[in-house]
Write a protein that binds this ligand. Structure first.
Ligand SMILES: Cc1ncc(COP(=O)(O)O)c(C=O)c1O
Length: 405
């Protein structure tokens, strides 16, 4: 069968990721294990997904129970586990959110949030923020900062950049980060939605201020515009509060969540106020897998663990420690919130990340080439922070040979 044989080395997956030289085969809690037995401390958390780390007993038990009881049924069949998960999520979410629509991912959640805003307002335009990342599908990609050419139109060298789509499906205007004057100018009566990440993740853990978020709330209310908080990355306890909305005391009209929602099982959700949700009728939204029983059982288990194990308090306390103690070695300052932190590094973050990996610590990169992103599981302990601090302490401020004269 010459020509058809595949060797173990033949690539089978699309080569679209800048993969890391790690061979992870298992994990327990915050520790990952490589095939050769080497342990890696996980400050990356599967890109903010593994909120309870690996093998959390509550997650394992809930999954086992549900898989034996009922593995899948569509949204046409009402399920108690789906209703329970929605009620649990609303109790965990900011006051004022009344309904949940379950989906499968962050991009899908944002796609539907924008659809709600167009439907409710009948307006065509969206205002987003410089540095934003909202996903790779058509609408979510349109409100993601393409980081490209003039006016941030997303055009690089004349080529459209919206993840390969030839054009945006609707007009989008970007305002600068925390630019209240720009926001006031842009949010006119043709704007359906303002979409923000209260803590920008991919951009490098940039936290928006309470002042900006409150002003955005007041302005959108006055102009009849839907305010969307994308808490796909910063939600589910990562800020030290259930959602950043609660940390700031600002409730949007629509809130999106995914990543850690089911602790590693694919799940996303759109939460909305009643005034928004009640505008949608039969057939207006839909999904095959969203709201499946396995995901819903895990949504409950994850929230139970976050609340029952005091993890919000743990995030706040250890985040304060990391802010105080990580400014050493190559790190100049720390930004972000809770367990979505950015270590601003003097040398390129790439070098710091490789040095950390050499010391058995996995952390994340960001779009900002001088930010190391920390997104650890919420079950992190003092001993893990000790190891991170020791690792940073043992590193030079600059790569050897690159010291400042
Ligand atoms: C803030 C934010 N929104 C949306 C997304 C897209 O989520 P997904 O990859 O699940 O589609 C991401 C992914 O990193 C994100 O960080």
């Amino acid at each position: 069968m010459e020509g058809f044989a595949t060797t173990p080395k033949a690539p089978a997956l699309f080569d679209v990721y800048d993969t890391l030289p790690l061979d992870i085969v298992s994990g327990a809690g915050v520790v990952l294990r490589e095939a050769d037995g080497r342990e890696v401390l996980d400050f990356y958390g599967g890109h903010a997904v593994a909120v309870l780390g690996q093998g959390h007993p509550g997650v394992v038990a809930a999954l086992e129970r549900q898989v034996r009881a009922l593995m899948f049924q569509s949204n046409l069949i009402p399920l108690d586990v789906r209703e329970r998960a929605a009620r649990r999520l609303l109790r965990f979410g900011p006051p004022g959110m009344a309904r949940v629509f379950f989906v499968n991912s962050g991009a899908e959640a944002n796609e539907n949030a924008l659809r709600l805003a167009f439907r409710v307002t009948g307006r065509p335009r969206v205002v987003a923020v410089e540095g934003a990342f909202h996903g790779r599908t058509a609408a979510a990609g349109a409100v993601t900062d393409g980081g490209g050419g003039p006016g941030r139109e997303g055009a690089v060298g004349g080529l459209p950049r919206w993840y390969g789509f030839p054009q945006r499906p609707f007009p989008v205007t970007f305002v600068d980060f925390e630019d209240l004057v720009g926001l006031e100018r842009e949010v006119q009566d043709d704007v359906a939605a303002v979409i923000v990440e209260p803590v920008q993740g991919v951009a490098g853990a940039r936290a928006m201020s309470t002042t900006f978020l409150r002003a955005a709330r007041d302005l959108t209310r006055r102009r009849g515009t839907v305010l969307i908080f994308d808490e796909v990355q910063c939600g589910m306890g990562r800020t030290g509060y259930p959602f950043a909305a609660q940390a700031h005391g600002v409730t949007p009209d629509v809130l999106t969540v995914a990543k850690g929602l089911a602790g590693g099982f694919p799940a996303g959700a759109v939460l909305a106020r009643e005034e928004v949700a009640s505008r949608m009728g039969h057939g207006d939204l839909g999904t095959t897998f969203g709201g499946g029983p396995l995901a819903c059982a895990l949504v409950e288990a994850v929230i139970d663990a976050i609340e029952g194990e005091g993890l919000l308090e743990n995030v706040r306390r250890l985040s304060d420690r990391m802010r105080r103690e990580c400014v050493r070695g190559p790190v100049e300052s720390v930004q972000g919130m809770g367990f979505l932190l950015g270590l601003r590094t003097r040398p390129e973050a790439r070098w710091v990340l490789a040095e950390l990996r050499g010391r058995g610590i996995l952390a994340g990169a960001a779009r900002d080439p001088h930010v190391v992103r920390l997104l650890p599981p919420l079950i992190l302990e003092d001993a893990h922070v000790d190891r991170l601090v020791e690792a940073l302490d043992s590193m030079p401020a600059e790569p050897p040979g690159k010291e400042m004269p």
